[in-house]
Design a binder for this molecule. Structure first.
Ligand code: KPL
Length: 319
């Protein structure tokens, strides 16, 4: 009988964030298996830390999950989450925790339909990392990670935080993760499409013409948040994250802190890849239409990104 090796963590997706967690969980003593469709003979991940030190970390790679109880950390893009988990459906047991960590919203609902009994956790991280080449990453910024339960079974899973916190630090369990995800969504709505359409760095959004559009987008988005019940009665108070001027400050804080960066959507358009538009602007548009709220600028930018993606498909089909 073949004895299967037990892993503490299984991570789907060998991009920047998947590799970053894999390496740091391994460094902190966890057994990790990285699940990827990339065909590779690699058995190590090369990691350059924030101090500039580079080291190789042995890591088990596979293209399928093992049937086990190890939590599954899903680090692929929102557009790939459903298919990535469908591909592994036979190997996932109904008690296994699924953690979703990506930009955008809407995947947790898809995953809950596929895996109705599994605990599902939504997570967001601002740790920054870039891929120099496959399985070769450089951490470029230290960030905060929030995790929280999407469904009832996940409410008792906060113990998982310990391993993640030991690995990368600054990890928090969030009783109201929906609010944190929406805040991140609004930041992405404000930054990503404009930087992708105009092919500019985040910092250029500090210019007046872009600031005017960002203000309009926030004005359009806030009634949607109000309609879905995210704006509490103290929405106008100083420490409410969705208070209008706090929100604008947060968006401009990110623009400033990442001024030299290209947003992920900017890079996707540049490299002619499918973007997360459907899970960023598209998600807000779905919620807006459920409540009959007009969001013309957010819709226009959504459509412009769709047009850019369609051009890409046409180009590929005519090659
Ligand atoms: O999440 C981002 C992204 O690039 O997708 C930030 C940097 C917050 C906005 O661009």
């Amino acid at each position: 009988m073949q004895v299967q090796k037990q892993y503490d963590w299984q991570i789907i997706g060998a991009g920047a964030i998947g590799c970053l967690w894999a390496v740091n969980l391994i460094r902190s003593g966890q057994k990790v298996q990285l699940i990827t469709r990339k065909s590779s003979l690699a058995t190590t991940i090369t990691y350059q830390n924030l101090q500039g030190l580079t080291k190789d970390y042995p890591c088990s790679l596979s293209n399928h999950l093992q049937y086990s109880n190890a939590p599954i950390l899903v680090c692929v893009k929102a557009t790939q989450v459903k298919q990535a988990l469908l591909d592994q459906k036979q190997q996932i047991n109904s008690k296994q925790v699924i953690i979703l960590m990506h930009n955008g919203m809407g995947t947790a609902e898809q995953v809950a339909n596929l895996f109705p009994d599994n605990p599902i956790i939504c997570a967001t991280t601002s740790n920054a990392c870039l891929v120099k080449s496959p399985f070769n990453i450089q951490q470029t910024g230290l960030g905060i990670t929030y995790l929280g339960a999407f469904n009832e079974p996940a409410k008792s899973c906060d113990h998982l935080l310990k391993d993640l916190d030991n690995a990368l630090g600054n990890c928090h369990w969030n009783e109201n993760v929906e609010q944190t995800l929406w805040l991140k969504l609004l930041i992405n709505i404000a930054i990503n499409p404009l930087t992708a359409i105009h092919q500019i760095k985040n910092g250029e959004l500090a210019e007046d013409s872009f600031q005017a559009q960002i203000n309009t987008m926030l004005d359009e988005a806030l009634p949607v948040l109000q309609a879905i019940g995210l704006l509490s009665e103290d929405a106008s108070t100083e420490n409410n994250v969705f208070e209008r001027s706090n929100l604008l400050n947060t968006v401009n804080g990110v623009i400033h802190a990442t001024s030299e960066n290209f947003s992920s959507m900017n890079r996707d358009i540049y490299h002619q890849r499918l973007t997360e538009n459907e899970f960023i602007n598209g998600y807000l548009l779905k919620k807006a239409s459920q409540h009959n709220i007009e969001t013309p600028l957010i819709k226009k930018l959504y459509q412009q990104i769709v047009a850019l993606e369609n051009n890409l498909v046409t180009q590929l089909n005519t090659k």
